[in-house]
Design a protein around this ligand. Structure first.
Ligand code: HAM
Length: 455
């Protein structure tokens, strides 16, 4: 077996897929900013207690999935299995609550680590894009968070999805519900898996989303949280759903959705998506309200809500639906020295282009003209800049468009203005042919199947 290979559940993103991820990130980032969120970055590892306090000791994540290690200073540290805990820890530690401009709206993006059994769409290092909105308890805010997630999907061109909604109530409803589940499952616990035995004592709620027993009749027939909600929680949930109705969000109420992390209260949701052939991609986004967590981290009593998208799942879905075909790596110019003795001149032309803000690369190997043209194609260079002896002697260049194949020799001084004009015309043409309404992007070429993108 090869020694140098990827650990299970991880993957390399090479050029093209990185570009696709960057595109997805830029759509999410731009939209989050337009909803008033700003980016924060927290460490990839935290003291283990941060996750014990938040994600919770009864969760699968804490029990089985954390990458925990002891530092040289004998402290227990854990690679973050999700982003919310770190954000709230930072919010409290840095006293961000002092500014009181609530809601405090943060978004983040980065790797998280879970020791799960790898399978399609499930990784041990994954990336999440998440948002957290702290300081406000209002159904409008719960709805806004969900509306924003849907807006993000629509913007990416994903339309086959539905939002599963539930309310798990406030602390007292949850407590009564847990007790009811415990009495319900106790007599039949021997029919459930080992983990469920532990869950029965620790937190019977976790039995409902057991990956092994979740589909058994006994679990399906368990008492429902909706029968335990306080009037306030019930009303809060109805108000949130009403706002989603007003905005035609495709949701279903799923009273078995409890989410696998312990910090939630009241409204919780997950977004499930299908590809165009109707194959499920599982949950691409999960989130909800968590009104106790800031206090748990010794902060003030402040409510909060948020969600996180799984970036790999979004990427797989968009790739499956061929929604990323126009996200390709391109290069504006590729300089081709045709003889050894022009190399220095060609190098100077390339640097001149770069210093003037035009992308450029060149052949350093003095390969044949045919080989160099192949590179021009492979790199999707828009223009080849050919340089031979006569070009060097006349301080000129020959510019060949890789689209029209037209070529033109001109003094080197005219190269930058010429290219700038060509690029501006190209941009304009794309803007005019596009009827998607996104007039600042190169997109559907008039075919209406666009998602705008950046190069
Ligand atoms: P989560 O549901 O555990 O929530 O994860 C959010 C999303 O991350 C999932 O819907 C899924 O798309 C992706 N994901 C999770 N595990 C994996 C995996 N092993 N492989 C690939 N993708 C995965 C949270 O993490 C909460 N912190 C969300 C939140 C923010 N709630 C409030 N604020």
């Amino acid at each position: 077996m090869a020694i140098y290979h990827l650990p299970r559940g991880t993957q390399d993103f090479l050029f093209e897929r990185t570009l696709r991820l960057e595109y997805i990130e830029s759509v999410l980032r731009d939209l989050a900013e337009s909803y008033g969120y700003a980016e924060i970055r927290t460490p990839i590892f935290e003291h283990t207690e941060v996750f014990l306090r938040s994600v919770g000791e009864s969760s699968d994540i804490v029990n089985k999935e954390m990458y925990t290690f002891t530092s040289r200073g004998e402290r227990s540290l854990t690679l973050r299995p999700e982003g919310t805990a770190g954000v709230i820890r930072a919010f409290v530690e840095q006293k961000e609550y002092a500014q009181q401009d609530y809601p405090y709206k943060a978004f983040y993006l980065g790797p998280v680590f879970r020791y799960e059994r790898p399978q399609a769409g499930r990784y041990r290092q994954l990336h999440q894009f998440g948002v957290e909105s702290i300081g406000t308890r209002s159904p409008y805010l719960d709805a806004e968070v969900i509306l924003m997630a849907c807006h993000m999907l629509n913007e990416l061109g994903i339309h086959h999805y539905r939002v599963k909604m539930n309310s798990i109530g406030d602390e007292s409803s949850l407590k009564r519900y847990r007790e009811a589940l415990q009495s319900y499952f106790a007599p039949a616990i021997s029919t459930l898996c080992e983990d469920c035995h532990r869950r029965l004592d620790q937190n019977a709620l976790r039995i409902l989303d057991c990956k092994l027993d979740g589909d058994k009749e006994i679990v399906k027939n368990a008492p429902k949280i909706s029968d335990f909600l306080s009037d306030e929680s019930q009303q809060y949930f109805s108000q949130t759903l009403q706002i989603l109705n007003d905005y035609q969000v495709p949701y279903v109420v799923d009273d078995r959705l409890v989410r696998g992390l312990d910090y939630y209260t009241d409204v919780v949701f997950e977004i499930e998506a299908e590809d165009h052939e109707g194959h499920s991609f599982g949950a691409i986004c999960g989130g909800g309200r968590y009104d106790r967590l800031v206090k748990e981290f010794d902060g003030p009593e402040l409510p909060a809500a948020g969600f996180a998208f799984g970036m790999e799942r979004l990427l797989l879905l968009l790739e499956k639906d061929e929604l990323l075909h126009s996200i390709v790596r391109e290069l504006e110019t590729y300089v081709m020295p045709l003889e050894d003795k022009v190399f220095q001149y060609a190098f100077d032309v390339m640097m001149h282009l770069r210093l003037q803000g035009i992308q450029s690369d060149m052949d350093y190997g003095m390969r044949s003209i045919k080989a160099q043209f192949k590179t021009v194609d492979r790199k999707r260079a828009q223009y080849a800049i050919l340089i031979g002896t006569s070009e060097m002697e006349q301080q000129s260049v020959t510019v060949k468009s890789n689209t029209t194949k037209e070529q033109k020799t001109m003094p080197v001084d005219e190269l930058v203005p010429y290219l700038a004009e060509q690029f501006a015309t190209r941009e304009e043409e794309h803007t005019h042919t596009c009827d998607c309404g996104h007039d600042d992007h190169d997109c559907c070429h008039g075919e209406g199947d666009c998602h705008h993108h950046q190069h």
